[in-house]
Each structure stands twice: as structure tokens, then as C-alpha cells.
Design a protein around this ligand. Sequence first.
Ligand SMILES: Cc1ncc(COP(=O)(O)O)c(C=O)c1O
Length: 447
Amino acid sequence: MTQSRVLHRSGGAPPVAVSGEGIYLHTADGRKIIDGSGGAAVACLGHGNRRIAEAIGRQAAAMAYAHTGTFSSQSAEDLAHIVLDGEPGGLTHAYFCSSGSEGTEAALKLARQYFVEIGQNQRAHVIARRQGYHGNTLGALAAGGNMMRRALYEPILSPAFSLVSPCFAYRFQRDDESDAQYVARLGDELEAEFQRLGPDTVMAFLAEPVVGATTGCVAAVPGYFKRVREICDRHGALLILDEVMCGMGRTGTMHAWEQEGITPDLQVVAKGLGGGYQPIGGVLISGRIVQAITNGSGGFMHGHTYQAHPVACAAALEVQRIIREDNLLENVRAMGARLETALTERFGNHRHVGDVRGRGLFWALEFVQDRASKQVFDPALKLNERVKREAFDRGVALYPMNGTIDGKRGDHIIIAPPYIATAADIDAIVDRLGGAVDAAIAGLPAT
Ligand SMILES: Cc1ncc(COP(=O)(O)O)c(C=O)c1O
């Protein structure tokens, strides 16, 4: 093979994926790999879906691009209708863009413009959480608390954002603390941050309902988001939920917030929206924000050349139709339950797996050197990458991450199979992951 001239994420030259079918990806050197995490929880319908490919082809042939300053497209209109059918949680409009990061940027700008439209110009702060991630563009990175991804760019990140503690029970809930007490402690911390900044200067609180890559499928303890919603409401701030990774069915409900008993004012979506068939993200927007803009300046002061791209919207529309027509959320719940059982049976008592956690088809293992003390492995050992490599050698691709606790310490790996996964697929993934974890740990240098 000729030398790669692509600047790859981790250097080196990764295997070239040439085709895909269902849960499998095929490489140029002839390997058949189960895509056990849909990349970064993206490929929710698996690969090679003819219906989606044909929808993309039809849209590209009929009309690939028309500038959104002048035109809309039927695919964008239809996508907004299917996603917002029934106005879930009072969300009435959608802004489509090309990635999760662009979605976060747009949500932040919508929040700012909303307050300017209603005469609250002084609101210019956003509170988010450590160990959460909202994208890699500079605004989204500043809003995020993925310390590893921020570190290099810290001097050029906006000071408009501040970070409070995540709701991460396995690591930070005290042994003598009930869920209610933990929620109260985190609520007090958030309240104190509002007070420190001046409550009427805060635009929004931003969080992932189930934290994805940064900590590995961490759902909040019961009551946390209700408390957060109450604090935001009391101070007149917006609640922005980032469902880029955990949304669009991944956790077993179309929106992860449905399981928290609250609704957001703005919701960022991406990965599962288009399932990787086209780059697409978006913001779902509550009626009152749209109203304020409509009754005020009249238009959203933001835009990208490729926003609401007709071909991307056509792909996402077909993905969303298939999820609904094939009743795939039922499969996410059924296969999610099977995945939970299989992971718990295989790793529930594993010496080096401290926590097995997740929802729907969105699960993670957190690795520890010692279960009782929850002591982590030396980060220099890069255990998460070793597990990824061993799993890949066994024919399953998974999504690993280090820095689980604070951006430096901790290792986890994410398992996020497509919504079409069968029981046999789930069993194969867990079986191979079991071998991979044991081999990775056995391969660590003796201390
Ligand atoms: C929760 C969350 N928000 C935002 C993003 C950024 O999305 P993108 O990589 O499409 O820009 C990601 C990506 O992993 C994510 O997981």
C-alpha cells in the first residue's frame, strides 16, 4: 500500500475500512470486524443499509444543494417534522448542522440570542460540568469539561464558561451518602456557582443526560436532573441538554431526558440522528425560544454554508423512518437488557472491572487495579487502548478512553452496538470483549 497522506487521529496508519454490512465492517486486508460501538455510538443502524443509500442517491440526483439563505429543502422540512412529531417536551423547531460540535455552538448562540431578544443582555455565562464533553470547536470545547481534550487549548478558551462537579456516583458519591444527599450536595454546588456568578448573568446550564465518551456511559442518580431543572427555572436560566451521543434512541427512549422526568429548553443531537450515513447534527428548540426570536429580530444570527444540507437531511430522514417503522427502540430495550445481563455475568465479579454501567445499548466497563479501593491502573500503561487492540484482534471494534475520573486517571471502554443487533450479536461482542480484557490485563508488564 502507498504511504498514507491523511493526518490520522492517533498517528500511524489505521486499517482501511472498505465496506460494511449490518453490524460488520470489512477492511482492505480482508478482516471482518463487528462494529461493537458504532464508532463513537454513531452507526445506530449498522452499515450498508440500501434504503438509506438509495435515499441519499435520490436526493443527490434531484437536488444536492440550495443555499439556506434563500431556500429550504423538502428533506430538511420532513426531517424536522419526524423528529419533532408531537412536540416532545415542548420542542417545536429544529436547526440542522453538520456535527455535534456545530450543534453545541448553535445551542449556545441560541441561548445568548434568546436573552438579548427578551431584554436580558447581561446574561453571558454558561455553567457546565467537569468530565463532560460537548465538542471540539473552541466554543464547545470551552463549554466542556473533558480536561484531556481541553488542556492544550486552555489559554485560548473563552472565560464565559465555568464548570461544576459531574454527577458520577461510582467515583464521587460518598459511601455514607444517599442518592438524595448526593443530589442535594451537587444542587448546592450548582446553586453556589449561580450565586458566585450572579444568578441573572447566567444563560444556561449545559450537561449530557448520560455522559458519553469522557466518563463512559454515566447516568445521573435519580432526582439530579429534577434538581438542576428547578435551579435553572428559579434563576431564569435555560437548560441545554447535549444528547449528541446518548440521544435519538441510544438509551432506549428517543430522548435520554425522558428517563429523568424533565425537559430541556435546547437539545443538541447528532450521532444517532443520521447514523453516520451523512455528517449531520442539530438543535431541537423549545417554542418559547423560537417565539422570542420570531417576535424580536426575526432570524437566528448564525449560520453555516452546509446547514440543513439536503443530502444529509435525506439520509437522516430515512434513518429516522426506519427506526420508527421497524420499532427499533423496542429492540434497543430488549437487546440492552441482554447486554446488561451478559456484561454483568461476565464482568460483575471481575477483579479488574470496578463498574459495569449504562442504559439501553450504551454501556461501559470501568477498569480498576483493585475493586475495593477503586484504585486505577497507571495511566502510562494505557490499559483502555490495550483492551481496544485485543478486542480488535478478536474481531470487534470498541470505543476506549482514558482519564475517566479527571482527564488523567482511569480507563474505560464503551460498548454501543447498533439498534439492529441480535441476541447472537450481543453474545458475540461480550464473549470477545471478555477474552480481550483478560488478555490485555495478562499482557501488562509485571510490577
Ligand atoms: C456528548 C457529545 N457532544 C458533542 C460531541 C461533538 O460531536 P462531533 O464530534 O460530531 O462534533 C460529541 C462527540 O463525541 C459528544 O459525544
